[in-house]
Write a protein that binds this ligand. Structure first.
Ligand code: SAM
Length: 381
């Protein structure tokens, strides 16, 4: 077994760790997480539940205050005081102890960074790049500009350590819009920077459905490999075959019976258009005169592929047409849709700390496990 050291920046619920663990047996890898950076309390709790299966939970106090309660803003003093003597504080402390969580990326210095990282992942916030947002881009004062923190940390590491102490592989993940006309020059500057840091990089636009997921989730990934290491192991950048042998459909992740609360009986009064099959394998129709927001009005056939699950907005409430009724996906189905296992969901759910919306939020923010498995499978050590 070869020890593979993983560092997850913007760790979320740890799709990266999950995917690596899934393929580790075949690859004869022993995965060790040597650090994470995640400041969002709900994601920290879910991460620990999924990957560390914590049993003895108690109320605790914490001194760690570079946290966020909504994943976007730094916690206020009042919110921080309210965290004291709660189970959440227990999880925050545990994530420091068990995962070496460095919390707020803006405060991380090279001195805290482990040397000898094999895989460093950075799926930084997409809000300012996504088509749904204002598209302010990657600048010093936007959330997507947190990419520059990765620049800062890697540059500091290079300056103060030797090149051999920089991570061997880097993996970027973000929305496809990062390579759109509007953001391409900023993205290309980042690729130049990676080159100057000593990496060779290749950008991919990949759809999870081609990796055995029932979900159409098209995302940009950038694999970078340290040049000296690339030569040492004779790594060549993968060409992903776009063949989904499993051809999974929405129905593959559905629960047999779900609570009545997931059925949307009020929508049954609207008439539906005829179903249409898209080239991506979606079979959908929409509810006439229900709303002007197209994505809110779509119903998906369970015999087809599904749309991208998002953390919030209409696509966090994906509606399916099943047994002549309309319902939304349950939080368990949202986890399965992202490639997590039922056990992962159960571990989070049984804590009764995250509500259903928070569970779907953290799942929709994550990365399809199937796509990550495909990518990591190409890595060589
Ligand atoms: C797109 S999500 C990544 C999700 C992750 N790939 C997963 O598997 O769940 C971006 C993450 O960055 C985190 N984040 C945003 N700002 C941060 C900051 N200043 N410091 C640390 N994490 C931050 C968010 O809380 C969110 O979990």
């Amino acid at each position: 077994m070869k020890k593979i050291k993983l560092f997850e920046a913007f760790a979320g619920i740890g799709s990266q760790y999950k995917a690596l663990k899934n393929i580790s047996k075949d690859k004869k890898w022993d995965i060790e997480v040597v650090g994470i950076v995640e400041w969002y309390v709900d994601a920290i709790i879910a991460y620990l539940a999924i990957h560390h299966n914590l049993k003895h939970i108690k109320k605790d106090k914490t001194t760690i205050n570079s946290l966020s309660l909504n994943s976007k803003d730094l916690i206020t003093e009042r919110q921080f005081n309210n965290l004291q003597n709660t189970e959440k504080a227990f999880f925050i402390n545990k994530s420091k102890e068990l995962c070496n969580n460095l919390f707020d990326i803006t405060k991380v210095t090279y001195k805290e960074m482990p040397k000898d990282i094999d895989i460093f992942t950075y799926s930084f916030p997409c809000q300012d790049l996504s088509q749904q947002g204002k598209q302010r881009g990657m600048t010093k004062d936007t959330r997507s500009g947190l990419l520059f923190q990765i620049d800062r940390i890697l540059s500091e590491m290079k300056k103060n350590y030797s090149i051999n102490d920089l991570p061997k592989y880097l993996l970027l993940e973000n929305v496809t819009n990062i390579v759109s006309k509007r953001h391409l020059s900023a993205y290309n500057k980042w690729l130049d920077k990676l080159h100057r840091l000593g990496y060779e990089s290749k950008t991919y636009v990949l759809n999870s459905r081609n990796f055995g997921s029932p979900q159409n989730r098209v995302r940009t990934f950038c694999i970078s490999v340290r040049k000296d290491f690339k030569e040492k192991v004779n790594f060549s950048f993968p060409e992903f075959e776009n063949i989904d042998k499993k051809n999974k459909k929405i129905k593959s992740i559905l629960e047999k019976e779900v609570d009545e609360k997931y059925y949307m009986n009020n929508l049954m009064t609207y008439s539906k258009t005829d179903e249409k099959k898209s080239k991506n394998g979606l079979i959908k129709c929409y509810l006439k005169n229900y709303t002007n927001f197209n994505s809110e009005a779509y119903l998906y056939s369970i015999e087809g592929k599904g749309p991208t699950l998002t953390a919030s907005g209409a696509n966090s409430r994906i509606k399916i047409w099943i047994n002549n009724r309309i319902r939304r996906l349950t939080p368990l189905e949202a986890y399965l849709y992202m490639g997590f296992k039922k056990q992962d969901f159960n571990n989070v759910n049984r804590l009764e700390i995250l509500n259903e919306r928070q569970m779907v939020f953290t799942a929709g923010n994550s990365i399809s496990i199937e796509a990550l498995e495909g990518i990591f499978n190409s890595f060589k050590f």
